[in-house]
Design a protein around this ligand. Structure first.
Ligand code: AMP
Ligand code: MG
Length: 316
């Protein structure tokens, strides 16, 4: 935990309409007072984020969601009891208090209570909900350290350095519908876990309606080409490439190898994934080659990020 005075200052900045980067358990967020449209506009400007891409609203107590939502859907409270604080964003109908700029004009809002003591304290001290996307330039790799934030966004008002985030990939986003929930973005909390509480029910009509980052074909894009082993053709000699290794195999032919977990633990791989891509970006490899993982549990979210990171390089 950082010195409380740092969080107090950050909370004052939030109330002054400034933008603050802070750690959550998933990735670093770029936060502003969710109830102040001008402050929220700064996030879009700094990130160069298109205005059609809504932000997640972060809260520190369950009571505070009442005024943000249209009606107290009991399923939200059921899920909150099980998964909050934690990496689950719930999309539900918003109240008129939530400015349109936060939700990109949608009548729904994404809500989350982060499981990080610094983030919770910041929201609590500010006394307002904090709208925050990941603290990176739009479409690029999310930050899992304060240094990653500084690299992409050197000019923001304030960064709280809370060390490396422990989950390392963005929250699972679900949307509640009449018959259950559907997944808008895969994350550490899986469909199976949520299904224990409410039924999975895809309406198949969100695809064209909401352009959420979870649904974009290209996102999380590194500044060097990324390919997935066994899926893509790799147009560079192996000795010039960097390997993101998920399993313990011999990869001596590569110029650089980053082992994402010592014992094939997919949670550890997820936590280290973005930092490893940042490291490859800064190294002298010509491209990044990622081993695929089994699409089960958090492996679904890992493969989702890798496929989106690789997408741009398949179509250029
Ligand atoms: P980021 O965490 O930077 O990926 O940004 C927040 C993401 O939350 C957006 O890209 C959307 O995918 C998602 N999101 C937030 N609010 C909504 C909403 N009302 N409907 C759908 N997706 C949302
Ligand atoms: Mg993002």
């Amino acid at each position: 935990m950082v010195n409380e005075s740092i969080i107090v200052t950050a909370a004052e900045y939030i109330l002054q309409g400034k933008v603050v980067a802070f750690p959550t358990e998933t990735v670093y967020g770029l936060g502003a007072n969710a109830l102040n449209p001008l402050a929220v506009a700064k996030i879009f400007e700094i990130k160069q984020r298109p205005s059609f891409d809504p932000l997640i609203v972060h809260i520190s107590s369950l009571e505070s969601i009442e005024k943000l939502i249209q009606y107290p859907d009991k399923r939200i409270y059921q899920l909150a009891e099980k998964f909050w604080p934690g990496p689950l964003t719930i999309v539900t109908y918003k109240s008129s208090l939530v400015p349109d700029i936060v939700t990109a004009g949608l009548n729904t809002v994404g809500l989350r209570m982060p499981a990080n003591p610094i983030a919770l304290k910041l929201i609590e001290l500010a006394g307002v909900p904090i709208a925050a996307p990941s603290a990176n330039k739009f479409g690029l790799i999310s930050p899992t350290t304060a240094q990653h934030v500084k690299k992409q966004l050197p000019n923001i008002d304030y960064i709280i350095d809370g060390g490396k985030t422990n989950i390392g990939i963005e929250s699972t986003i679900i949307m509640l519908n009449d018959d259950g929930f559907e997944i808008l973005r895969h994350g550490a909390i899986t469909t199976d876990e949520i299904e224990k509480f409410i039924p999975y029910h895809s309406t198949h009509n969100t695809e064209n309606k909401i352009l959420s980052s979870g649904m974009m074909k290209s996102h999380y894009s590194p500044n060097k080409p990324l390919y997935i082993l066994g899926i893509h053709t790799i147009p560079y000699p192996t000795e010039e490439c960097g390997l993101l290794a998920f399993s313990q195999s011999s990869n001596h032919a590569y110029k650089k190898v980053i082992q994402l977990s010592q014992n094939n633990d997919l949670k550890e791989c997820a936590a280290n994934l973005f930092a490893a891509i940042h490291e490859m970006e800064e190294s002298d490899v010509r491209c990044i080659v990622a081993e695929p993982v089994v699409e089960k549990g958090i492996g679904i979210a890992i493969m989702d990020r890798l496929k989106k990171a690789a997408y741009r390089f398949q179509n250029s």
